[in-house]
Structures are given as structure tokens and as C-alpha cells.
Design a protein around this ligand. Structure first.
Ligand SMILES: *Cc1c(COP(=O)(O)O)cnc(C)c1O
Ligand SMILES: [Zn+2]
Length: 430
């Protein structure tokens, strides 16, 4: 088995940590940690064939799109119980109208909404809950804009652990709250923003003996990085020019970058796609920080966007994400809520639904193509992070009967009125 260790990401420190310590941050400088390995992979070709072969297997561990690539996460021991719900194995879907609208570019969608709890968070959760189970953890906790909590609640149920989640009061979608309650989690509604809830959780976690599963937990990143292997396999190991993700806490961008780097170093891919992060204009601390060339994070004190999954003012993983943009030659862009809405509509024309945060990707691509930062006809994969039904309030709000007479009409319950109304609508359509 490959040797596993934890290492501080700060260049001035870089110290290796005791792997049994579970604080998630460097014991010396408080920096973020990477899970690192001395991989013993020497022959990518054989491993690719083995991964491919596992798709035909009926074993639960092989049916997971994370654990099918378990040689990339060699921190589990032979006898560890894997906490899985058959996550991953999500489709790559081509687009026509959305690619035209955003470019024209060759736009392919990697739809992470098609996961057990409806978001990409399941990939990270299976990895860190497996880790937690191996440590004998009984209580897990996170602060969340919604999807991490849905996912944690499900995997905690699976593992037989108690789940406690901190969410900002009245700021997460009804669907996400419902999932967490349905899976039996204890919900603490606290603070006005994710950042506030997270900060309070961090202050009590140690004394309450909570095991934190927020994305500062580096094992989350390990699960999430496997999306890259899955995607490359689906494309016969031909990388695209760009991989575009929405950025909130910036764990996903960090994971994708780590996955790409490891695959490149071990010879699975020749070329490394540029990783592009899109933030909402009302919650764009990473964009501001990079634009200012600042060494310190420039936080957004009152983050505001309808894309609640990325409404974060102090992204915990910003330094890991910055490193990814440096490794891959990528960049960060910021788009307004109107642009996100248009992006979502463009995807919908291709029959692809997603939650608002996910649509920031196509909105960002359009903006970057217009600015000449992404070439026309570039080969691009946009990661759609969450399922369409995660935030139905958003959709319904934007199509209220009074404002959107193209799609919604209210008709008196008699035939005359009905005929008149239908003729009116159909005439407009024709
Ligand atoms: C969590 C989440 C994001 C943001 O991902 P980060 O890793 O926090 O940057 C984006 N979209 C959806 C749907 C999410 O659930
Ligand atoms: Zn350190």
C-alpha cells in the first residue's frame, strides 16, 4: 500500500503532520493540509484497464465512481469499512444551444447533480466519512450553505453516526433543509451567513468532540478529486482545454487541481486543462483577491447572491485554489445574478437543469469568450455542481404568473375564457 501523510500547504512551513492528529490544520502555522502519498503506481496503462474493468463489476466498492479509482486514494486500509452510496459515475452530456450561447465553444457538461443526494458533495463525503469511520468517530458536524449538510446527513446515517449541522438562519433552500431533516440530522440554525455559522462551529467543535467534515477536512478533497479521473476516462484520456467550476468555499476547484496534478505526474494525462473558477458578483472574494494581486484574502463581509450554494465571503480553501490556478494557468471570473439566470436558461434549452450556482459556469464562459480570455471553439467541460430540484423556489420566483406571461397564465375555469386565453398565447407563439 502507498504511504500516506498530511502536509501543510504553506511554502514557508510545509511540515509533515502526525496522521493521527485530526485538527485538519497545521499544528505549527495553522495552514491548510494536503493528504499526500508516496504512490507506487508505475504503469498507468494497466491501472486504466483495471479501472475500466471494474465498471462491469457488481461489487459495491467498484460501483462507486470514487472508489473505483481507489489507487488514487490509498489512505484506506484493507479492512476499513467503506461508507458509500454508489456516488459518482455521472454523465458527460454534450450541448448545442448552451455552447452556442456561451461561445461558440465546444461545451460539455459534467453533471454532478446526478449523485445520491443531488450534488458533487457526495464524492468528498464518501471519502471523509470512510476516514471518520476508520478513526471510530461517533459525531460529525459541518456548517453549510445546504448541500454539504444534505450529503453529510445521508452518509452519517449510512455510517451510523450522529450528524449535527450549522446553517445560516433561513438562508438555505427548503429542499436542502428537508433532505437533512429526512436523514435524521440535528439542525442548528445560527447566524446570518455561512461564514458566521462556520466560525461558531469551529469555536465549539473541539470541546463538543465533533469531527468536522467541512472542506477544510483534506479527505473531502481526496474524494472530490476523482471526478477528474472519471471525466478523463469518459473522454478516452483526452483532456479538454478548460474545466470550469463555480467557486464558493473553493474546495471543488482545489480538488480538481489536485487530481489533475497527480494524474499528470503519474503519466495518465499529457496535457493539463486550465481550471477556471466563476464566482457570483455579490460573493466574489477570490476574484477580488486575485485581481488586486493581494497576498491576503480580501473577504466580502455581506455576501449576497441568489445562488446560495456559493454565497460565501471567506472561502476557507482560497490558498489551495490559488495554487491550482497557478499550476494550470487558469483564472477566476465574476458574474452577476442576471448573467447566472441567463446561463441557466441557456442550459435549460438543451434540456439540462441545474441549481443556480452551477449555471454560473456557462455565464462565466460567455463573459470570458467575449473578453477574449477563452478562445472561440475551445473544448470546455463545465461542472454542474447541483441538481435542478435543489432550489425550486428560485425557478418559481423567476416565473411568477404576473411577470412571466410567456410561460405562466392564470385562467378562469370556464371554456370561453380558456379558449380565448389559449388562442392569445398560441398566436403569440406562432
Ligand atoms: C458546494 C457547492 C458549490 C461550491 O463549491 P466549493 O467547493 O465550496 O467552491 C457550488 N455549487 C453547488 C451546487 C454546491 O453545492
Ligand atoms: Zn504549517
Amino acid at each position: 500500500m502507498a504511504f500516506t501523510f498530511l502536509q501543510c500547504i504553506e511554502e514557508a512551513c510545509g511540515r509533515r503532520q502526525d496522521p493521527k492528529r485530526e485538527s485538519h490544520l497545521c499544528a505549527w502555522c495553522g495552514g491548510l493540509l494536503d493528504v499526500r502519498y508516496e504512490f507506487d503506481i508505475t504503469d498507468p496503462e494497466t491501472l486504466r484497464a483495471a479501472w475500466h474493468q471494474r465498471r462491469l463489476s457488481g461489487e459495491p466498492i467498484d460501483r462507486s465512481g470514487v472508489w473505483r479509482f481507489r489507487e488514487l486514494l490509498p489512505f484506506i486500509g484493507a479492512h476499513d469499512r467503506v461508507i458509500s452510496l454508489s456516488e459518482g459515475s455521472t454523465p458527460l452530456v454534450g450541448t448545442r444551444r448552451a455552447g452556442w450561447w456561451a461561445g461558440p465553444v465546444h461545451l460539455t457538461i459534467k453533471h454532478q447533480g446526478i449523485n445520491p443526494t443531488g450534488s458533487f458533495k457526495d464524492l468528498g463525503m464518501t471519502a471523509c466519512m470512510t476516514r471518520a469511520a476508520s478513526l471510530g468517530v461517533r459525531m460529525v458536524a459541518c456548517a453549510s450553505t445546504g448541500n454539504t449538510s444534505s450529503s453529510m446527513a445521508a452518509y452519517a446515517g449510512r455510517a451510523g453516526m450522529k450528524a449535527i449541522l450549522f446553517v445560516p438562519y433561513r438562508q438555505i433552500s427548503a429542499a436542502k433543509l428537508a433532505q437533512a431533516l429526512d436523514f435524521g440530522a440535528m439542525v442548528v440554525e445560527i447566524g446570518d451567513s455561512f461564514d458566521e455559522a462556520f466560525s461558531l462551529l469551529r469555536q465549539v467543535a473541539a470541546e463538543m468532540r465533533f469531527y468536522l467534515v467541512n472542506s477544510i477536512n483534506p479527505f473531502r478533497i481526496e474524494g472530490q478529486k476523482t471526478i477528474v479521473a472519471e471525466m478523463m476516462e469518459q473522454r478516452a484520456w483526452r483532456p479538454p482545454d478548460y474545466i470550469v467550476v463555480p467557486g464558493g468555499n473553493l474546495g471543488n476547484a482545489s480538488a480538481i487541481g489536485k487530481g489533475l496534478r497527480e494524474l499528470k505526474e503519474m503519466g495518465f494525462i499529457e496535457k493539463v486543462p486550465k481550471v477556471v473558477v466563476i464566482q457570483a458578483a455579490g460573493a466574489n472574494p477570490f476574484f477580488r483577491t486575485l485581481r488586486a494581486g493581494s497576498k491576503e484574502l480580501i473577504p466580502v463581509e455581506k455576501p449576497d447572491t441568489e445562488a446560495t450554494a456559493i454565497r460565501i465571503g471567506r472561502p476557507a480553501n482560497w490558498k489551495k485554489a490559488r495554487r491550482v490556478l497557478e499550476w494550470t494557468g487558469g483564472f477566476c471570473e465574476s458574474v452577476t445574478d442576471e448573467e447566472i439566470f441567463e446561463g441557466k436558461a441557456a442550459l435549460a434549452e438543451d434540456g439540462v437543469g441545474c441549481e443556480p450556482a452551477s449555471a454560473a459556469t456557462v455565464a462565466g464562459i460567455r463573459k470570458l469568450v467575449r473578453a477574449g480570455k477563452i478562445e472561440r471553439h475551445a473544448d470546455i467541460i463545465a461542472i454542474l455542481t447541483g441538481h435542478q430540484l435543489k432550489d425550486t423556489d428560485y425557478v418559481i420566483r423567476h416565473h411568477s404568473a404576473a411577470e412571466d406571461s410567456r410561460q405562466r397564465i392564470r385562467v378562469d375555469a370556464n371554456l370561453d375564457a380558456l379558449r380565448k386565453a389559449l388562442e392569445g398565447v398560441l398566436a403569440v407563439r406562432a
